[in-house]
Design a protein around this ligand. Structure first.
Ligand SMILES: [Zn+2]
Length: 372
């Protein structure tokens, strides 16, 4: 399996995602034309897995590149500016929140993959959540950089812009109201509804949200075709992945590569065995602990619940490759059963952040699954 987290510098020089070609050419033409320039503040917003971060980092690299006139399709990768980016020391780029490197791929799965390599997953995850906050002092610290004047373009990127505190947002507002020549601000947000309306009204949103279904299918097929057996991933399997990922191609790829995605039928078998009493919750817990980490099991369970609810409401299951309707034919749960189990999943996530033992959490979750 290929890690969804690219090398630290490849985010600047990765190939353009196919559904972003048009926007790329519009923006870059605008920059290269005399008397024209980019808006001072741009917002890349929308759900995870659409490639908005990939687009922003690539554009940032190109804007800073000394050779951009000769390389309209992306930063040259070799000039002084591109070398600074590679070494993470570009004097004309400031990034908030302050973490050691920008989160590279445009999805949460990448963040999780990155933190799961750390020795202590839980503390790494807790730390990464805390590090995402953007405080007023962080915005104030940008001011000298923004107002220093001088030659050449300067760029600030505010990732997870919705994580700004109110005070930080107000401080930023002031900056947005006083555009400085040669300074560009990029805001990135997965949940733009949480941004202050006054901020949103002063930034121009990049059109990154719409992707033609055929473009998505081609992209996911191509990416997965190079990492897994093409026979095993047919067109309907690709369509299913995209649907489960709400149309976000990068999220669909992460889903296919998630260790739990292939264990959906097994989850169903376990659930049925637990309900019928053929298997004890302790035995199920012991078994699943050898299969998946509990956070993976939670992601799997969340996906299964979405589809179980659909089937119980009389809708078609999104998953066509496992026989949910047959498994649920005599199943008439109260809506409160779903609520209770979703609640258990949430409680487990919180417990894990508080360093509850994984085995203990697994045991408890399996007990509750038996009553779903
Ligand atoms: Zn360059």
């Amino acid at each position: 399996m290929i890690s969804p987290v690219p090398l630290s510098d490849s985010i600047y020089f990765a190939p353009l995602l196919p559904w972003q070609n048009e926007l790329w050419s519009q923006l870059t033409k605008r920059v290269l034309m005399p008397q024209q320039s980019l808006p001072h503040a741009l917002l890349a917003a929308g759900m995870q897995g659409m490639g908005k971060r990939a687009f922003v980092w690539r554009l940032v690299a190109w804007l800073l590149c000394r050779e951009r006139v000769n390389h309209p399709l992306g930063a040259c990768g070799t000039c002084e500016s591109c070398q600074w980016l590679r070494s993470g020391t570009h004097p004309s780029l400031q990034v908030l929140p302050i973490i050691s490197m920008p989160v590279s791929a445009d999805n949460a799965y990448a963040k999780e993959a990155a933190s799961s390599t750390a020795k202590d997953k839980k503390s790494a995850k807790a730390a990464s959540n805390a590090a995402l906050k953007i405080k007023v002092d962080d915005i104030r610290a940008l001011q000298p950089f923004i107002y220093q004047g001088g030659q050449g373009m300067r760029i600030c990127v505010l990732d997870y812009a919705e994580q700004m505190t109110i005070a930080a947002a107000n401080a930023l507002l002031k900056t947005l109201e006083e555009p400085q020549a040669q300074v560009h601000l990029f805001l990135i947000s997965d949940t733009p509804a949480q941004l202050l309306p006054t901020i949103k009204s002063r930034v121009q949103q990049l059109a990154l949200q719409t992707i033609e279904p055929t473009v998505s299918i081609d992209y996911v097929t191509q990416v997965l075709g190079s990492t897994v057996n093409r026979e095993a991933v047919g067109t309907s399997a690709i369509e299913q992945l995209i649907q489960l990922a709400n149309g976000a191609p990068l999220a669909a790829v992460s889903l296919a590569q998630a260790p739990w995605y292939g264990k959906r039928a097994l989850w169903l078998t376990t659930w049925q065995a637990l309900r019928s009493g053929k298997r004890s919750s302790i035995a199920a817990s012991d078994y699943w602990q050898t299969q998946l980490s509990i956070s993976e099991f939670i992601q799997l369970s969340e996906l299964m619940l979405v589809d179980m609810r659909r089937v119980c409401l009389g809708l078609d299951a999104l998953q066509k490759d496992i026989d949910l309707s047959a498994s649920l034919s005599n199943y008439k749960p109260a809506e409160s059963s779903f609520e209770a189990f979703i609640n258990s999943l949430q409680q487990t996530k919180i417990a894990l952040q508080q360093n509850v033992q994984e085995k203990f959490a697994y045991d408890k979750l399996m007990q509750e699954l038996a009553y779903l």
